[in-house]
Write a protein that binds this ligand. Sequence first.
Ligand code: DP6
Length: 323
Amino acid sequence: MQATARAHPNIALVKYWGKRDTRLNLPAVGSISITLDTLHTTTEVKFDAELTGDSVLLNDKVNVAEAERVIACVDLLREIAGVQTCVEVRSSNNFPTGAGLASSASGFAALVTAVDAALNLKLSKAKLSELARRGSGSAARSIFGGFVEMRLGVESDGSDCVAGPLLDASDWPLAVTVGVVSHAAKDVGSTEGMELTRETSPCYPAWVAEAETDLGIARDAVQEKNFEKLADISEHSCLKMHALAMSAQPGLMYWYGPTVEGIHRVRQLRRAGHAVFFTIDAGPQIKVVSLPDEVDTVTDALNDIGGIRDILRTGLGSGASCD
Ligand code: DP6
């Protein structure tokens, strides 16, 4: 009753922002992402009848709030297995926390994969995606590698609100270069930020109404491997999500100066004919997606911006799996 699993973080190109059900953590919009390689979370779980309580260590530290979320997710799998055995969870990331690379996505994907193996449940990938989604919406996508679509679904129990693969990483090996602007924890996390936006932004209905159109364009771009088309729709979705967040009350502003400078630099590169585009999540880091032979140009451009603290380079990777 012991297993170790590994999962990679992902970056949304068509963004998820807003929930239609907070209890089941059902998103109000679908999303499309790329799963990264190099960076990963490794999670070890051990169910043991001798244990008198559950314990969770994240990067060798105890974090009560995070442990509650982790155990709530383990409980869903314990219920399916019909067991109450206590568990020891140890999870660590090989990438810097605070680098703006959703560690909750790789974390919950690795967690459900490890627990599934330890309890010998042999659940389908779709079911694991559903369970990972209960931990964190973006985690549903890290069950799969390459290009991934998170479907909105129609069922009220969320059973069809799961992710699925669109295209393998090896079929279109894009590169991702992350310009880390700040290592500080963000003031307003995604969960809280998207709820505030749903409750207060006058733009929220338009965001939800346009989501299917954006997803259709991005899906076609991925299937056609059309970089320009994917670049246009990804930058549009990113800017629209941030405009939406800014229109909440009080407004959410995730960018710092170097983030804005990064947007301008990437746009200059695009205008000069380079195959690059930017995306930004709920934090200040600028993520640049490009063809692999553009990585040195992108790194030079980011290095040139005062205020970029770190640069991480990665490609596209595989879905969650057991060691
Ligand atoms: C901006 O998946 O972290 O990264 O479901 O509340 O855990 P919860 O939110 P989370 O939100 C991700 C928001 C985003 C966009 C995205 O990944 O699609």
